[in-house]
Ligand binder design. Structure first.
Ligand code: UP5
Ligand code: MG
Length: 192
C-alpha cells in the first residue's frame, strides 16, 4: 500500500450487473487496482486446508453474506501487499454487518472517494449470470436456485447500504442495462 491513505471506490450492483466487467475497463484506462471481494473469497475457499473454505462455499451457494471479519481481512491484506494508491473494491460492503466491520477496522486507514452503483434490472442480471454459467463459468452460484437467493439478498441487504451512501451524496448511479461500452462511456466521466 503506497503513500499514507489509499483511495477507495466501492463498486456495487446486483449479481451480474457488470461490476467485474467495468472494473477491468477502469483498471486498463485509469490504473486502479481491482479488488473483488467475491474473487478474494473464492480464492480463499479454494486454498487447501483453508479454515474458512466450507463456510465461504456455503454462503456463496446460498447467496448469503460471509462474516465481515473474513472479508475485511482479505481486503486489507490485498491492499497492504499492493503497490497501488487507488483501489476499486468490488461487491463490498453488501450489508450492515459489512459496513460496520469496515468502519471499525478500515475507515480511518483509507479515503472512500465515492460509490459506483451499477443499476440493472433483475431479469437482465439473472440472464447474464445464467449465460455465464451455461458457458462454463464454473461458479457454484451461477444457477437458478442460487440466483434467486442472491437477488433476494441484494434487495434486502445491499440496497439499504446503497441508500445509506446515497444519503451521504456519495453515489454515482449508472444504468448498467446497456452494452459494456456504453456503460463505460459514462463510468469514465467519474474517473477523468
Ligand atoms: N456482462 C457484463 N456486463 C454486461 C453488459 N453490459 N451487457 C451484457 N453482458 C454483460 O458480468 C456478469 C456476466 O454478464 C458476464 O458474463 C459478463 O460478460 C456479462 P460481471 O461483470 O461478472 O458482473 P458482476 O456484477 O461482477 O457479477 P457477479 O456475478 O460477480 O456479482 P455478484 O455480486 O453476485 O458476485 P460476487 O462475486 O461479488 O459475490 C459472490 C458471492 O460471494 C456473494 O453472493 C456472497 O455470497 C459472497 N460475498 C460475500 O459474502 N461478501 C462480499 O463482500 C462479497 C461477496
Ligand atoms: Mg463480479
Amino acid at each position: 500500500m503506497a503513500g499514507d491513505k489509499p483511495n477507495v471506490v466501492f463498486v456495487l450492483g446486483g449479481p451480474g450487473a457488470g461490476k467485474g466487467t467495468q472494473c477491468a475497463k477502469i483498471v486498463d484506462a485509469f490504473g486502479y487496482q481491482h479488488l473483488s471481494a467475491g474473487d478474494l473469497l473464492r480464492e480463499e475457499r479454494s486454498k487447501p486446508g483453508s479454515e474458512f473454505g466450507e463456510l465461504i462455499e456455503s454462503h456463496i451457494t446460498n447467496g448469503t453474506i460471509v462474516p465481515v471479519e473474513i472479508t475485511c481481512s482479505l481486503l486489507e491484506r490485498a491492499m497492504i501487499t499492493s503497490e497501488a494508491v487507488n483501489f476499486l473494491i468490488d461487491g463490498f460492503p453488501r450489508n450492515q454487518d459489512n459496513l460496520e466491520g469496515w468502519n471499525k477496522t478500515m475507515k480511518d486507514k483509507v479515503n472512500v472517494k465515492f460509490v459506483l452503483f451499477f443499476n440493472c434490472d433483475e431479469e437482465t442480471c439473472v440472464k447474464r449470470c445464467l449465460s455465464r454459467g451455461a458457458a462454463g463459468s464454473g461458479r457454484s452460484d451461477d444457477n437458478e436456485e442460487s440466483l434467486k437467493k442472491r437477488c433476494n439478498t441484494y434487495v434486502k441487504a445491499t440496497m439499504p447500504i446503497i441508500q445509506h451512501f446515497k444519503e451521504k451524496d456519495m453515489v454515482k448511479e449508472i444504468d448498467a442495462g446497456r452494452t459494456p461500452d456504453l456503460v463505460f462511456n459514462e463510468v469514465k466521466e467519474y474517473f477523468a
